[in-house]
Design a binder for this molecule. Structure first.
Ligand SMILES: O=C(O)CCC(=O)C(=O)O
Ligand SMILES: [Fe+2]
Length: 200
């Protein structure tokens, strides 16, 4: 059998169940609900390069101040990095930082197919994306799978992460968040996820 053409292949990904322990997950969820008023509409890079709200591309709410959880998650992400780079056959690199944000997907929220690569002003691009998922139990939403595409974008797999699970992939991999449905749309019922981008 011939190997599939390069562009028909998937970049690697890793799923880490229970990456966040239940106590931290619950504390972070409580923090998110408490800070509801501070969440702002998520932005994407528009045609002129500026960040703007384009809700048919990305519709969700985002919080960048994670309080004491920020340094905690950055440290955990860095602790997971060596194993992830090895699993991805990615040459090790010196991390220049971890960007973190907490995103809430409510009823109808989604994020179209995109890549996370983005060079920050200091020139250190995002190399590894880690996303840690949180939601109340039992889960109150449906949909919202993480869709992970081949390099050509012509095929995909759907990943439905559990609460506390972390999914890692190279930041240049195509992915999307499929539309979420939250009956009643209570904020505490949203699909929460922490994006962690390791730059280097
Ligand atoms: O929430 C997810 O599953 C992924 C989010 C994402 O791709 C992003 O915010 O760049
Ligand atoms: Fe993304």
């Amino acid at each position: 059998m011939t190997a599939p053409a390069f562009i028909s292949q998937f970049l690697p990904h890793r799923r880490h169940a229970h990456w966040l322990d239940a106590a931290t997950t619950n504390a972070l969820l409580a923090y998110a609900v408490d800070r509801q008023a501070h969440f702002k509409p998520s932005k994407v890079r528009g045609e002129d390069g500026d960040r703007e709200v384009i809700s048919d591309q990305r519709s969700s709410l985002r919080l960048t101040d994670l309080g004491e959880f920020g340094p905690l998650l950055q440290e955990r992400a860095l602790n997971s990095l060596a194993e992830i780079c090895a699993a991805f056959s990615m040459p090790p690199f010196v991390p220049k930082g971890v960007q973190v944000e907490l995103v809430a997907h409510g009823d109808g929220a989604h994020f179209v197919r995109h890549r996370d690569t983005y060079a920050t002003p200091d020139g250190a691009p995002r190399r590894v994306t880690m996303v840690c998922y949180l939601h109340r139990l039992p889960k109150a939403f449906s949909g919202g799978v993480l869709r992970y595409y081949t390099l050509a974008g012509d095929d995909f797999i759907d990943i439905e992460p559990d609460c506390g699970e972390m999914v890692a992939f190279p930041s240049w991999a195509w992915h999307s968040v499929e539309r979420v449905s939250v009956p009643g749309d209570a904020f505490a019922d949203h699909r929460f996820a922490v994006n962690m981008w390791v730059r280097g």
